[in-house]
Design a protein around this ligand. Structure first.
Ligand SMILES: [Zn+2]
Length: 440
């Protein structure tokens, strides 16, 4: 174990009691502002019959109603342009972002200077968690778009005082040359882009394994938390991989530290996390699977209070070897609540299947997981496009065998012709649920 880097050691290693007191203080400050001038939450709390005096500490949080994505969507539709979840006058907001809108109309999110600085502070926890040090040079291979993911890391890198190298608008080869020329050491990117960079490096005889890059900060797709993907990327880049997790609606709330390969810390100094049973809405027992509910503490200007993430998680027991007291979620997020399947009596998350497929395919290969009903029973078909000439059959059998051994389920893997699966620009939609097609 190397030296553990902290962003704020006192806070990150504080006792659980101290942490709860800190959360209560921040919650109180946030709610005071929200009760005073946020029309969206004023309405919600009034309907629920809740007064500010009802919530004095984090223990009282359950008094407040949950917030779901549909409410934000409806609010922005009814109150154009930015909705009514705004605590401050419009002219105070300085940053605009939106969701990708893969599951509906994109949601817009605004930040003030204060909340933007807070988002950067959150990213500092994430970067230090991955062991980023003074002197690291952070190269951003992202375009200047409206999605938050890498923007936040950019602000975090700026606040930490590291050299930032932007390469938006450049092609993969230019980015690679920039990495080599400027001895970049940290690259925040998506796993698929990290693999594309390797492809291009190989085509151009660039030796990326011997470059100065030592850390990949991964987001957007399953990455460092999937052993097969992490091993592949760490070997090809000769660098350490770390995932970080967030939601545009709430902020980036989770990061991987250097000491725990199979979990994600919740940044509990800036977020209150609850894990509830999605049906009963009551807290689950320690170690049980439940839905993650998040309250952000530093974004009073456009808050998310008791926000139902839709992500199913399981809290790990004990304290992480890194010394942080922030709780750790087993494997990060286990899957989406609405995507859980029951296949012949076995609970299966599509991303568990995706992780198995991903660890056996090569850059440039593609796949889709389709769920449908056959005689009233959930069935799954995995379609796979591979560029590996003549190896389709081997990959097909390897994946089928691994699914059988890990989940005790027989599942069909079909090799489909190259180019037959749909292509996506931003985030690939690899899970297709056709169960309702026949039944409704
Ligand atoms: Zn840790």
């Amino acid at each position: 174990m190397g030296v553990v880097e902290y962003f704020d050691q006192q806070v990150e290693t504080a006792s659980r009691d101290k942490l709860a007191r800190l959360q209560s203080k921040k919650l109180d400050a946030m709610l005071k502002k929200v009760f005073a001038s946020n029309p969206f939450y004023q309405n919600k709390f009034k309907t629920a019959g809740i007064a500010l005096s009802d919530v004095r500490s984090v223990e009282d949080l359950h008094q407040l109603p949950f917030t779901v994505k549909k409410e934000f969507e409806k609010d922005q539709e009814e109150h154009p342009t930015f909705g009514s979840n705004l605590t401050e006058p419009l002219e105070n907001y300085v940053q605009y972002h939106q969701t990708s809108g893969t599951t509906g109309k994109p949601l817009k999110f605004l930040d003030t200077q204060e909340s933007w600085r807070w988002r950067g502070k959150v990213a500092c926890h994430i970067l230090k968690g991955a062991g980023v040090r003074k002197g690291d040079r952070i190269l951003f291979p992202f375009n200047f778009g409206p999605y938050t993911a890498f923007w936040i890391m950019y602000e975090g890198a700026y606040q930490l005082g590291n050299l930032i190298i932007p390469t938006g608008g450049w092609n993969t080869l230019q980015r690679l040359q920039c990495i080599i020329d400027n001895q970049a050491t940290v690259i925040p990117t998506t796993p698929s882009h990290a693999l594309r960079l390797i492809d291009t490096a190989n085509e151009n005889n660039i030796d990326i394994a011997n470059s100065s890059v030592r850390i990949l900060m991964l987001s957007g797709e399953p990455g460092a938390l999937v052993p097969g993907i992490r091993e592949k990327l760490e070997r090809l880049w000769n660098a350490k991989c770390f995932d970080y997790i967030g939601l545009t609606e709430v902020g980036t709330w989770g990061f991987q530290c250097t000491e725990e390969l199979d979990g994600v810390h919740i940044i509990e100094s800036e977020f209150i996390a609850e894990v509830v049973n999605p049906e009963t809405e009551l807290p689950v027992q320690e170690g049980e699977i439940g839905e993650l509910v998040l309250t952000n503490l530093g974004r009073s200007c456009m808050p998310a209070i008791r926000y139902r993430s839709g992500d199913l998680v399981k809290v790990k027991k004990g304290i992480c070897p890194c010394g942080r007291t922030f709780r750790v979620l087993h494997s990060g997020v286990l899957g989406r609540k609405d995507e859980m399947l029951i296949i012949r009596g076995v609970n299966v998350f599509p991303n568990v299947l995706a992780n198995i497929v991903e660890s056996h395919i090569q850059p440039g290969d593609d796949y889709q997981i389709e769920v449908f009903k056959e005689a009233g029973i959930d069935e799954v078909a995995i379609k796979l496009e591979t560029k590996e000439k003549g190896k389709g059959g081997v990959i097909q059998r390897t994946i089928q065998d691994e699914i059988k051994s890990k989940l005790n389920l027989r599942m069909e893997v079909k090799i489909v012709p190259a180019g037959s699966l749909p292509k996506f620009d931003f985030k690939a939609k690899r899970f297709v649920d056709r169960r309702k097609d026949k039944n409704t």
